[in-house]
Design a protein around this ligand. Structure first.
Ligand code: SF4
Ligand code: SF4
Length: 509
């Protein structure tokens, strides 16, 4: 029996998960228009390889990955490309980004797909290539390209593939539903990923507030006969953070600034494992995902399988939104999500939930009051940080102190802000501070690059001048030695040559 470890801090907000009826799943309608951002993942955006006017089929590559930290984008159904242009995307800042727009034809015609027949014998590199080509990026967080995660480097040995079935954020039930409805695919996907990273063990961790998922996954493990361990642990937010679940299940801590592979683990979301199974065995690219549609402003909250690119407004209509004045729509959950400013923005690979709370259900925060130094935030922080100190240093823009206090270990879980009696939006300060530090680092990198370019040019010019001087000296030395060999006085010879040249010029004029 595995020992379960407790993590520092954590909170128990109301879960509200039953609202979306986890375990029930249906397909959302294919909308008239799909909007597919070229960047649905961390890293470099994909590059379009279709043109406006092209007819496309489901599964067709629309945009290719550019480099390692990038993944391709595929068509989720058939239709015609009507635009490649800036469109609003789901982002806290209300940004626009480059998108491929498809007018769907309702026929849902697909390319013929083919998987890798016997994945047990396939080369790990070929399997990773398939994962990359299928456009798979982490489906539980920031959208880290999965193929990159599956290449932990030659010096890191992977002991365990960990499937993180925690889904600890209130309201969200997309992973719970996936584990209940696709447990068999999850088991196969986990085995494939374990083979890719040469993991010796597979561990699936699920919080104990998902008894149906636990039962279904346990049954699928039994039926498969695979040597897979299922561990359950008490519900506490944010146990689903990668570092947190690792500590809960292994007692080990990922070093500050490190990755799970540093201590022999690769951690994936259940959706990523299922997507890997479909990519390898069925040849299916990532074109759809489960989205939780929830909140009391919906008459019919539920989990749906939606085409990537579906406008948020179409899904909310499907779930029968009864909008209040100034209705909020939150992308993600109430703790880590952000308000969507334009509902024309589309679902992407990282859209796990759309939350539409009523004002009574989730009241807007009151204006922030001064910090009273109560220390509750430090007690709640799962990363053992000092949120109050980070807040002061963020306000003071003191980047040295922020680094000293491990700002980048903050997982932005919001537990500190949740318990703060002064209702200070602490996470907003941390996000802004991280952005400023990244900007300063980029600026420093740019100025270092331009200094290096300047110094390299100076060195090149000096080397060229030295080479010219060396040649001139060599020519002079050669002339002198020739004159010496011929018994001439070199100085007299030079005078004679100058005289002859002058006489020649005078006679010519
Ligand atoms: S919980 Fe809020 S008021 Fe209390 S110390 Fe932290 S930031 Fe200050
Ligand atoms: S948001 Fe950051 S500082 Fe606040 S509790 Fe979470 S990890 Fe700690």
């Amino acid at each position: 029996m595995r020992t379960i470890h407790d993590i520092h801090g954590g909170i128990h907000p109301p879960e509200r998960k039953s609202l979306s009826r986890p375990g029930h799943l249906s397909d959302a309608p294919i909308p008239d228009e799909l909007i597919l951002p070229l960047r649905q993942h961390l890293g470099v955006p994909a590059k379009p390889i279709v043109n406006v006017g092209d007819s496309v089929k489901g599964g067709q590559v629309l945009a290719e990955a550019q480099g390692v930290m990038s993944v391709p984008v595929h068509a989720p159904t058939s239709g015609v490309v009507t635009a490649i242009e800036l469109r609003p995307i789901a982002h806290a800042s209300g940004l626009e980004d480059h998108c491929i727009v498809i007018k769907t034809d309702g026929l849902d015609q697909w390319l013929t797909l083919s998987g890798i027949g016997n994945w047990h014998e396939a080369d790990a590199a070929a399997l990773v290539e398939r994962v990359r080509d299928a456009g798979i990026a982490g489906m539980g967080g920031a959208g880290f390209p999965t193929a990159v995660k599956l290449n932990p480097g030659p010096t890191r040995e992977i002991e365990t593939l960990l499937v993180n079935g925690t889904e600890c954020e209130p309201y969200i039930t997309a992973d719970d539903t996936l584990m209940q409805c696709h447990a068999e695919e999850l088991i196969v996907g986990a085995q494939i990923l374990a083979r890719i990273v040469s993991a010796k063990a597979i561990l699936i961790g699920i919080e104990d507030n998902k008894p149906d998922a636990i039962r279904r996954v346990a049954a699928a493990i039994d039926a498969s006969g695979a040597d897979i361990e299922l561990a359950t642990f008490p519900t506490k937010y944010p146990s689903g953070g990668e570092k947190q679940i690792i500590e809960i299940l292994t007692g080990q801590q990922v070093p500050s600034g490190g990755i799970p592979a540093d201590i022999g683990l690769v951690c994936v979301n259940p959706g990523t494992a299922v997507a890997a199974k479909r990519a390898i065995i069925d040849g299916e690219p990532l074109t759809h995902r489960i989205v939780t549609l929830t909140g009391e402003a919906l008459a019919n909250p539920q989990n749906v399988v939606a085409c990537l690119g579906t406008p948020i407004t179409a899904l909310l209509e499907h779930a029968k939104l009864v909008a209040e004045d100034q209705q909020r729509v939150i992308h993600g959950g109430p703790m880590m999500g952000f308000a969507v400013s334009n509902l024309a923005a589309p679902v992407t690979k990282i859209t796990n939930c759309l939350l539409t709370p009523t004002a009574k259900e989730l009241p807007l925060p009151e204006p922030a009051k001064p910090c009273i130094r109560c220390g509750h935030c430090a007690e709640a922080c799962p990363a053992s940080l000092l949120p109050q100190q980070l807040y002061w240093f963020a306000r003071a823009k003191d980047q040295d102190q922020l680094a000293e206090h491990r700002l980048f270990d903050c997982i932005e879980c919001g537990a500190c802000a949740y318990v703060c009696p002064s209702q200070i939006p602490l996470v907003q300060y941390y996000r802004a501070a991280k952005g400023q530090i990244r900007d300063s680092e980029q600026e420093k990198q740019r100025s270092d690059n331009s200094r290096e370019r300047f110094e390299a040019r100076q060195a090149r010019l000096e080397a060229e001048a030295a080479a010219r001087e060396a040649k001139r000296a060599a020519r002079k030395a050669a002339a002198q030695s020739k004159a010496a060999e011929e018994g001439e006085d070199p100085i007299q010879a030079a005078i004679e040559r100058a005289k002859a040249k002058k006489a020649e010029q005078e006679s010519a004029s």
